[in-house]
Design a protein around this ligand. Structure first.
Ligand code: FAD
Length: 560
């Protein structure tokens, strides 16, 4: 039995109770703990090799760092400066694969790289770096074009007034991080994995030899503890992995250095950049301003973080930092605190390298093997497929000792579940024709094609029986109410936050953070998931806590 009902583009998760029963019944080759991009990729890779796989996540898919990134699929220009050519080459190769295998989720994005006078990077060094970047990309994508200060302002008039030295235009790509994670989970399900969210690993089950042979998992929804048997456990809990290690051995030395990265969004009208802009504002740190539908995404900070990974939140200092840097770069048109729609924070699970500045800490992954277990941390969203593959290579070595042979990884050329069979523009035009015929507006049809790829047809089919579901969740935005039901029925959404933050992105795309839509979201989810009034209230309160985390980082700046 798989997480998905069948391997078709409309397949989704089987009912949770069925998946839980399958978890308890089976003896898995591999249990992956952590449903961020790394765990999801490892589960997909292991399932593609014909292994029996379970994947568990303590909250929602991508609820950790994997929905709080800058949403770029990139080579990582700044890693050239630290000489990480291998990482850049691998990232650019993975970028090319993702553009091919997930064209609905990963889109080419042209960046304007601008240099302020006297800021660590010279235009000549940038141009040399970009020549190398183009070379490492094996000439896939447009080659960079060097620009003078006035050329930069010609491309982006909002830079006028900044103390510019010069810059360049270059090609990279952007994605929807939470959905990229979700499609990895969906595909793992299509390949036979059992994936269940809201299950927390409490402890490992060990053989007398000390080898891990499974895990005790607590069902967050019911409090019940169940045991899952697995020959190898892959720990992909990212920023939480030190906590897991300390749970088992309180004297274990930390392996990770957590760095907090904060983004804010402002309405596109408050900072209407024509294209993505990247500017070095500190040594090793870029400020990004990225157009993202109705908002502009501004990031990011990079500061040491010593608090608990649960509930990491932005604070006023983070927001003030981003606004002041934006002021330097866009002197006549910088957004103000009152413009901020949302602020959110994620944690980079970096390797602990004593004595290094946080911005210079390696972004490469670390894989560690112990009896019956593999731990994988670090890395990037962009390189998730390779990380998953390498973690499963390590698991396969352990399985071999137990006499089990894994096949070879089949993820290199495997399309993601929503990837259309035809080129994306051809699919989009065809889908638009079909959708307009059944009364969907062009804006919503385009939005669905981009978000779901060929799975968009299933959203349309779902609303066919109930045309009122074409009402927008938030007036003026293209996300229809049909997406709420689709999220619950097909995409394993089990709370208002799952729908408003990760399946749609209205949390950070809507002034007021979609709070006015919350009653309707809870009403539709409540019906679909048979919630009690208390469950509905819990979901409402949980979403409001997320809104409060964001609002309280901005509020002190409004008082100034
Ligand atoms: P996570 O996404 O945090 O997943 C770990 C999961 O484990 C969580 O969902 C958590 O709930 C779960 N978990 C924890 N404990 C347990 C338990 N006991 N039981 C069950 N589940 C558990 N990379 C790029 O390529 N491009 C970018 O633009 C980019 N921008 C970034 C910007 C910021 C601000 C940050 C912080 C990172 C950025 N990255 C980017 C890096 C990238 O986002 C991360 O490397 C990646 O998301 C990490 O994924 P992960 O799966 O390892 O961790």
């Amino acid at each position: 039995m798989s997480a998905s009902a069948a391997a078709s583009p409309v397949a989704g998760f089987a009912p949770r109770a069925e998946r839980l029963a399958a978890l308890e019944r089976s003896h898995f080759d591999v249990l992956v703990v952590g449903g961020g991009i790394t765990g999801a990729a490892a589960a997909r890779d292991a399932a593609s090799r014909g292994l029996s796989v379970a994947l568990v996540e303590k909250e929602d898919w991508a609820a950790g760092t994997s929905s709080r990134s800058s949403k770029l699929v990139h080579g990582g220009l700044r890693y050239l400066a630290s000489g990480d050519l291998g990482l850049v080459f691998e990232s650019l190769s993975e970028r090319a694969r993702l553009l091919r295998n997930a064209p609905h989720l990963v889109s080419p994005l042209e960046f304007l790289f601008a240099i302020l006078r006297g800021r660590w990077v010279s235009p000549a060094a940038l141009s040399a770096g970009l020549t190398l970047y183009d070379f490492l990309a094996l000439r896939r994508g447009r080659r960079h074009r060097r620009l003078s200060a006035s050329g930069l302002v010609g491309q982006e008039p909002l830079l006028s007034g900044a103390d510019l030295a010069g810059g360049a235009l270059y090609a990279d790509a952007s994605t929807d991080d939470a959905r990229l994670t979700l499609e990895n989970v969906l595909d793992a399900g299509d390949l036979g994995a059992i994936a269940v969210s809201r299950l927390t690993l409490e402890s490992r089950v060990r053989a007398p030899s000390g080898a891990a042979v499974g895990a005790a998992l607590r069902d967050v929804e019911t409090g019940r503890v169940l045991e899952v048997r697995a020959r190898v456990t892959i720990d992909a809990t990212g920023p939480w992995s030190d906590r897991l290690r300390a749970q088992e051995d309180p004297s274990a030395a930390p392996r990770l250095r957590l760095s907090k990265g904060v983004h804010i969004t402002v309405p596109a009208a408050a900072l209407p950049v024509r294209r993505a802009v990247a500017i070095p504002v500190e040594r090793g740190r870029l400020l990004f301003a990225i157009p993202s539908g109705p908002v502009t995404l501004i990031g990011t900070t990079d500061t040491d973080y010593g608090g608990p990974a649960d509930g990491v939140a932005p604070d006023a200092e983070d927001v003030a930092y981003l606004l002041s840097r934006a002021q330097e770069v866009f002197p006549h048109s910088a957004p103000r605190a009152g413009d901020v729609v949302a602020a959110f924070a994620g944690l980079r699970p970096l390797r602990f390298e004593p004595g290094r500045e946080v911005s210079r800490t390696s972004r490469e992954e670390a894989i560690e093997t112990t009896p019956g277990a593999v731990s994988v941390t670090g890395g990037k969203l962009t390189t998730h497929r390779r990380m998953g593959e390498r973690a499963v290579d390590a698991a396969a070595a352990l399985l071999r000792e137990a006499g089990i042979r894994a096949g070879r990884s089949r993820t290199v050329d495997r399309p993601f579940p929503g990837a259309p069979a035809e080129p994306l523009p051809v699919f989009t035009e065809r889908f638009l024709d079909e959708a307009l015929r059944v009364g969907v507006t062009p804006a919503t049809a385009r939005h669905l094609a981009h978000r779901y790829g060929r799975r968009a047809r299933a959203v349309v089919a779902l609303a066919a029986a109930e045309p009122s579901l074409w009402m927008p969740i938030v007036p003026g935005l293209p996300d229809p109410e049909a997406e709420i039901l689709f999220a619950a029925r097909v995409e394993d959404a089990r709370a208002a936050s799952d729908v408003l933050i990760r399946r749609t992105h209205l949390f950070w795309q809507t002034p007021g953070q979609a709070v006015s839509a919350l009653p309707r979201v809870c009403e539709l989810l409540g019906k679909e998931l048979a919630w009690t009034p208390q469950a509905k209230e819990r979901s409402r309160e949980e979403y409001m806590r997320e809104v409060e985390r964001s609002a309280s980082a901005v509020a002190p700046l409004l008082e100034d």
